[in-house]
Design a protein around this ligand. Structure first.
Ligand code: ADP
Length: 628
């Protein structure tokens, strides 16, 4: 053996993943070949780009290709490329460890789903190179980085350790030789030395790969198996659904089919082609800061980068695919991309296209749209904060829960269509749970009037309703903020005398309560929103809602305690009784206690948290005892 032979251990997580691969019952074992070809194709892309950008790199790029060779006697299959290759350090860090953040998540899900008998996750997470261990007894990788003289040989059975050594005679690029497990049709282990089989798999998964994939046969010239047509450059009506699907798998590492395919072309000053997909399920890293975002960027068929976030705004980060922009420089950096005018224009067009596609999906196929919304609705709503230019379009896509229907969310359009005679605003309430919101005292007057109220329970809802302010010319109005007056002119006139009367009668009690509860509320007033509850708490238009206050605290932010407004129902017996008691003896010590209970009840009724629940319970228990 040549120099520096080492036996190294796989890092713990890699070991676990390999264990799962080696003993995999995953039924689509054929995908290992797709993964190897995909890696080889990436390596060729990288070499081409590097040779174009770095003129000093001395490599022959005249015949970049992928080769597949088999040996029936030795039962091996080799996938070889003359691409960028790997240095010894690369091999240790890229193959010996899994740097990818999703691995722990994948392992957890794989373990869970094994019990559930579903192994489709392997494709979904794109385990790449490791997939080989589903079909291999042993894997040998030989590689040399372009521009370096020494090569690296790596060998492993996937059980705990691998052997790595530096070699002198490695051709540039990478070859992966798989020593195959015995054929076992029950275990979906096909004969991967069979050329018919290989042709079929390559055609099936890798036809669009832009480099020739050649099958090397002993007795004849190598044959190219794939058509190499860049899918996005072909006219739409010439691409089969099947081809779109396989391409989607290639770019997304997702095993499931996409929910929607968008194939578009931009002409004029900036030419580009885009092939975008909306997946049918959310990836595990959708909400993680280090999650994969963006689409692949090509410049005139030359791959430039993965995960190009500059092309897709954050709130559409679930979109996968390829953008081929014609007039960009190849060695453009990620930072410069963000500023590039052409990219900005392309991005604006992509956004508009994705949004209109979603709108069409919603009308044409409600069921499919429901799937979309359940997976990505929350992310899409972030757009209401990020993308003021498309606020209207995003609002049109919303699915919101409402008091109208307990099971089916509504669109804002449908809400507006159902608005009652005389109703001018769109009403909503925010909070954590639908059930609490539905029964909150804030809704009483609206229910009495037959007005529909939107029930917004997503944390992000708290923020966008404030920011957006209106839909279709009608303002969005919280039922828990400000004064509510749903009366018509006529009703108002009729009630005027009664109100003046009440204001007079309650003046003393309100003053007393303001004073007693001044630590917790900033104002006490009579309410027009209550029909059955004695009291409720409301905010001023620009006050933080309790949920937001809680959210900010949970994020470790300092926010001042918001004192809200206590509103009383002037016709409730508890309130009229309290007034009578106050008139009888304003110095009665029990009054302050009742005030405290009244405030506590209002807070509990809206689903809020008491600051001192034990004290509330004690005061209440005392009270109850006295009534027995
Ligand atoms: P992925 O391809 O999803 O990144 P893999 O486990 O398949 O994950 O590969 C890990 C890394 O190893 C790749 O990102 C690449 O840097 C490197 N690699 C794998 N195969 C090759 C190859 N044929 N040529 C060069 N580098 C490769």
């Amino acid at each position: 053996m040549s120099s520096r032979t080492e036996t190294l251990e796989f890092q713990a997580e890699t070991r676990q993943l390999l264990q799962l691969m080696v003993h995999s019952i995953y039924s689509h074992k054929d995908v290992f070949l797709r993964e190897l070809v995909s890696n080889a194709s990436d390596a060729l892309d990288k070499l081409r780009l590097e040779s174009m950008v770095d003129k000093d790199l001395e490599v022959d790029t005249s015949d970049l290709h992928i080769e597949i060779a088999t040996d029936e006697q030795a039962r091996t299959l080799t996938v070889r490329d003359n691409g960028i290759g790997m240095s010894r350090e690369d091999v240790v860090s890229l193959i010996g460890t899994i740097a990818r953040s999703g691995t722990a998540e994948l392992l957890r899900k794989l373990k869970e789903s094994k019990e559930a008998g579903n192994q489709d996750l392997i494709g979904q997470f794109g385990v790449g190179f490791y997939a080989t261990f589903m079909v291999a007894e042993k894997v040998i990788l030989l590689t040399r980085r372009a521009g370096q003289t020494e090569g690296t040989r790596w060998e492993s059975t996937g059980e705990g350790t691998y052997v790595i050594e530096t070699v002198d005679d490695a051709p540039q690029g990478t070859s992966v030789t798989v020593h195959l497990k015995p054929v076992d049709s029950e275990d979906n282990l096909h004969d991967y030395t069979d050329h018919g089989r290989i042709r079929e798999i390559v055609k099936r998964y890798s036809d669009f790969i832009a480099w020739p994939i050649r099958l090397v046969t002993a007795d004849a010239e190598p044959v190219t198996l794939n058509s190499m047509k860049a899918l996005w450059a072909r006219p739409r009506d010439e691409v089969a659904e099947e081809e779109y699907r396989d391409f989607y798998r290639h770019v997304s590492h997702d095993w499931a089919d996409p929910l929607e395919t968008i194939h578009m072309r931009g002409e004029g000053v900036f030419e580009y082609e885009a092939l975008l997909f909306i997946p049918s399920h959310a990836p595990f890293d959708l909400y993680r800061a280090d999650g994969r975002r963006g689409v692949q960027l090509y410049v005139k068929r030359v791959f430039v980068m993965d995960d190009c976030a500059a092309l897709i705004p954050d709130y559409l980060r679930f979109v996968k695919g390829v953008v081929d922009a014609h007039d960009l420089s190849l060695n453009i950096s990620r930072e410069i991309l963000q500023q590039d005018r052409q990219i900005q224009i392309v991005r604006r067009r992509l956004v508009r296209k994705v949004l209109t596609t979603l709108k069409e999906m919603r009308t044409a196929d409600a069921e499919r749209y429901r799937t979309f919304w359940s997976q990505f609705g929350r992310v899409l709503k972030e757009g209401l904060l990020e993308d003021p230019d498309n606020t209207e379009a995003i609002l049109e896509l919303l699915c919101v829960e409402s008091t109208h229907d307990a099971t089916e969310p509504t669109t804002l359009h449908d809400y507006v269509a159902r608005m009652k005679e005389g109703q001018t605003e769109i009403y909503y309430v925010t909070g954590e749970h639908r059930a609490t919101l539905e029964n909150s005292p804030h809704l009483e007057a609206f229910r009495a009037k037959g007005y529909e109220v939107l029930l917004l329970t997503d944390p992000v809802d708290e923020v966008w309703v404030d920011r957006v302010g209106q839909f279709d010319g009608r303002s969005l109005r919280s039922v828990a903020k400000g004064q509510v007056d749903l009366d018509t002119e006529q009703e108002r006139k009729e009630a005027e005398t009664e109100r003046e009367q009440q204001a007079k009668e309650y003046a003393d009690l309100l003053a007393f309560l303001r004073d007693t509860l001044s630590d917790t509320v900033k104002e006490v007033r009579l309410s027009a929103r209550l029909t059955t509850s004695p009291a409720c708490l409301v905010g001023d238009a620009h006050d933080l809602t309790p949920t937001l206050e809680k959210m900010y605290r949970a994020m470790g932010q300092e926010v001042p305690v918001v004192r809200r407004i206590l509103e009383l129902n002037p016709t409730h017996p508890l309130v009229t009784g309290l007034r009578a008691a106050h008139q009888r003896d304003a110095a009665d010590p029990g009054l302050a206690e009742t005030a405290e209970l009244l405030y506590g009840m209002a807070l509990l009724a809206e689903g809020g948290d008491l600051t001192d629940p034990a004290r509330f319970a004690r005061v209440l228990a005392d009270r109850l005892t006295r009534t027995l």
